[in-house]
Each structure stands twice: as C-alpha cells, then as structure tokens.
Design a binder for this molecule. Structure first.
Ligand code: S3P
Length: 171
C-alpha cells in the first residue's frame, strides 16, 4: 500500500506522515528530503543555484523513481508537487490513497511566518504581503490539491486526530 500526503507548505504533511508511518508500520519517504539527498543540496540551495524549473524537473523525476519501486510506504510530497508535470495523474496510476491536508489561509500564515527562510517561494515576501500571496497561491493550486481522493481539514486538530481520520479512510 502506498499512501500519499499532499498540501500547501506547513499543512502538516511531514508530522502527520511520520506518526502515520509509526502506527501503520510503514516506511515514510519525504520527497523534499529525497531530493536533497540525491542532489546533495538543500532545497533553498537548489532554487538558488539552478532555479525553480530545474527543481520541478527533478521533483518529477524523483517522484517517478519512488513510485516505480512499488514499495509499501507513505510519501509526503512538497507543497508544489501536485501542481506540476502532471504529477497527480502519475501518482494515481500507482495509488488512489491520496490525502490532501487542507489548511486555512490564516492558519498557514501563522505557521510559516517564523520559518520563511527555509521556504524559497516565500522567503522574499514581506509579512505584510504574506496573506495576499498565500491567498492567491492557494487559489491557483486548489484545483490540483482537490484531485486527491480524500481531503482532510487540519485546522485546530492534533497530529494524532489527523492520523486517526486518515486511518479511518484507508481501504
Ligand atoms: C514548495 C514547497 C516545499 C518545497 C519547495 C517548494 C512549494 O515543500 O518542496 O520549497 O512549491 O510549495 P514543503 O511543502 O514541504 O514546505
């Protein structure tokens, strides 16, 4: 069984996938970590030195590489992964167990504002401009995120309760 978690930056993908992995006794693969390991650079370094298009190409290549192993695992995507290179269709060729962790704009702003530095797409956005940027960005990305089989609202929920919700949907 391959389970894929997706959602905007700071929607809780990494924390939820770790606990889900522990509970289901499945390995967890974080696509951003995998890209960093393969490229021997951090994500901000890749954006900085090679640019976003290069990053998106690699993101697609490594996602494919991971899915092709057909191993049982939980894959935590990067926030933009579903929105490029037909990645949602690719994922659904391998598994229908896809979960969108849906987080509201105010909640995302709260979570990202103190850790902008590690997020290349928002590091240059001022705190003042963040609500408008995130609002527009989520609007553009929504149709991709909505392709997930399940949507799970995350606001004001604990990691434990999100994991329970996901487990209840698994078949
Ligand atoms: C991105 C989100 C990041 C990372 C990269 C691009 C995005 O992942 O893949 O900085 O386009 O939203 P997280 O969602 O894990 O922060």
């Amino acid at each position: 069984m391959t389970i894929v978690l997706l959602g905007y930056m700071a929607s809780g993908k990494s924390s939820v996938s770790k606990l889900l992995g522990t509970e289901l006794k499945l390995p967890v693969l974080d696509l951003d970590d995998y890209i960093e390991m393969k490229e021997e650079k951090t994500i901000p370094e890749i954006f900085e030195s090679k640019g976003e298009i290069y990053f998106r190409m690699k993101e697609h290549t490594y996602l494919k590489e991971i899915l092709e192993t057909k191993k049982s695992m939980i894959v935590s995507l990067g926030g933009g992964t579903p929105c490029y290179a037909n990645n949602m269709n690719l994922i659904h060729e391998y598994t229908k167990q896809t979960f969108y962790l849906q987080t509201s704009i105010p909640e995302i702003i709260n979570r990202v504002k103190d850790e902008k530095a590690k997020r290349p797409l928002i590091r240059i956005i001022s705190d003042e401009d963040l609500p408008e940027f995130i609002g527009k960005h989520l609007f553009e990305r929504n149709s991709f995120y909505q392709q997930a089989t399940y949507s799970i609202l995350t606001d004001k929920k604990t990691i434990e309760s999100l994991v329970e919700e996901i487990k209840a949907q698994l078949n």
